[in-house]
Design a binder for this molecule. Structure first.
Ligand code: S3P
Length: 454
């Protein structure tokens, strides 16, 4: 017998009310690594996410000649990385294409840095990443003066980028995207020019917070229409070396919170988790749906608020979600759809069409796979409609290589009646290695699927 790439979950199971932690935040780990590489001297990152996407960023930095080594463990024995910074323009011309794996954040943020260096860089990755849209960074990087080439006029990676002497400028992205915003801020930072990003709908601001923490005088001005201008001044930097302890990832914690919210009397606390308001939209929506949500702030690290969040399950009601709120839970839409299957009424998710371009077409895959468990989820041009409450029953479902869907389906298995088999779950390590162990710490079981080899 060999362990196959799948999970079996027997439901329903209730969480035991304990408190757990979750691995380091993915978005913050990417930015900590990249800014440490661009800083002067040796930085230390404690509790980084040790998972596929963050390791892809570390691999890209290795290709750029940045040394990342393991340092003495941090508080509670946490892994610590030491990064020897090379300064804003000191990266070494890579020998070949830089491999971004399956990580869109790695590729889009690295593209900004590449545009600000004096040497050409090719950014590539797994077929799944090469299928994702890159026009959103191609156009503004070209407007700043960089050469960006690739298949289909660089609508997709691999991207060949050659910049260096950029001109400054302002850009209004068509899609709300923290990756696009961060790409442009990093390009301006490395090239030493002024860059302004006008966001019609504000997105997660981890790059801005860490830059400010390092002394960069970014300005953020809000317009009357809800838009905001994020302006990086010319000649920002050099960046000082820093130490940062990465807080837990609220997107990973969301699977555990959702399990509690979906279980009458269910109770889950997650400690030391990032509470950036640009990331905690699901908690606000959960409270509106009727779950009991208790946040206990515990200060801030690297400009990011952190704390403990307890969620307790109660009867849920349907909600309408769109606009800025959607952006603040953009990675949690599959979970929101699952929650909506157990809420009374019809839930409507709007402004979510960009989810078609994540690790899978998340609108289609979420609707199809939850549907196999008995849910009524309809795909609409800009989002989803979910009717509830609908009893869920075990079935065989598929992750489509999408880490967030794999864990949403396992969470569904925890609350469905009978056995759920989730196929294609290795991808959960892209963002949340230790998912099954956290479920176990909360008294639940997600077992590896055992299959005879063919
Ligand atoms: C991320 C931004 C989001 C999110 C992704 C991580 C980031 O993507 O979906 O998981 O770290 O900047 P977009 O900015 O493309 O929406």
């Amino acid at each position: 017998m060999s362990a196959a790439d799948g999970w079996v979950v027997e439901g329903p199971q209730a969480p035991n009310g304990r408190a757990v932690d979750v691995p380091g935040d993915k978005s913050i780990t990417h930015r900590a690594l990249l800014l440490a590489a661009l800083a002067e001297g040796r930085s230390r990152i404690e509790g980084p996410l040790l998972a596929g996407d963050a390791l892809a960023t570390r691999g890209v930095l290795a290709g750029w000649g940045v040394e990342v080594t393991e340092g003495a463990p941090g508080s509670g024995g946490k892994v610590a990385w030491e990064v020897r910074g090379r300064g804003l323009r000191g990266l070494v011309a890579p020998q070949g294409p830089l491999d971004c794996g399956r990580s869109g954040t790695t590729l889009r943020l690295a593209a900004g840095i590449a545009a600000g260096q004096g040497h050409p860089v090719t950014l590539s990755g797994d077929p799944q990443l090469l299928a994702r849209p890159m026009g959103r960074i191609r156009d503004p990087l070209r407007a700043l003066g960089a050469t960006v080439e690739g298949p289909g006029d660089a609508a997709r990676a691999p991207l060949f980028i050659h910049g260096g002497a950029l001109r400054g400028g302002a850009w209004t992205p068509e899609v709300a995207s923290a990756q696009v915003k961060s790409c442009l801020l990093l390009a301006g930072l490395c090239a030493g020019v002024e860059v302004t990003v006008v966001e019609r709908t504000p997105t997660r601001d981890h790059t801005e917070r860490l830059l400010r923490h390092l002394g960069v005088e970014l300005t953020v001005t809000a317009g009357a229409d809800g838009a905001q201008r994020v302006a990086l001044p010319a000649g920002a930097g050099p960046l000082p070396a820093f130490t940062l302890e990465v807080p837990g990832d609220p997107s990973s914690a969301s699977f555990l919170w959702a399990w509690a919210a979906l279980t009458p009397g269910g109770d889950v606390s997650v400690e030391d988790v990032a509470l950036n308001p640009g990331r905690t939209g699901l908690l606000r929506v959960l409270a509106r749906m009727g779950a009991q949500v208790e946040c206990t702030p515990a200060g801030s690290r690297g400009g990011e608020p952190v704390g403990r969040v307890r969620v307790r399950g109660q009867a849920l009601r349907a909600v309408e979600v769109g606009g800025a709120e959607l952006v603040a839970l953009v990675d949690e839409v599959p979970l929101l759809a699952l929650l909506a299957t157990q809420a009374t009424g019809t839930t409507r998710v709007r402004d979510a069409s960009d989810l078609r371009h994540k690790e899978s077409d998340r609108l289609a895959t979420t609707a199809a796979e939850l549907g196999r468990l008995g849910a009524q989820v309809e795909v609409l041009p800009d989002g989803l409609r979910v009717r509830g409450p609908t009893p869920l029953h075990g079935a065989v479902v598929e992750s489509h290589g999408d880490h967030r869907l794999a864990m949403t389906l396992a969470t569904a298995g925890l609350v469905a009646h009978g056995a759920t088999t989730v196929r294609g779950v290795a991808c959960h390590r892209d963002s949340f290695p230790g998912f099954c162990e956290r479920v176990a710490a909360l008294g639940g079981r997600v077992d590896a699927l055992e299959e005879a080899p063919c």
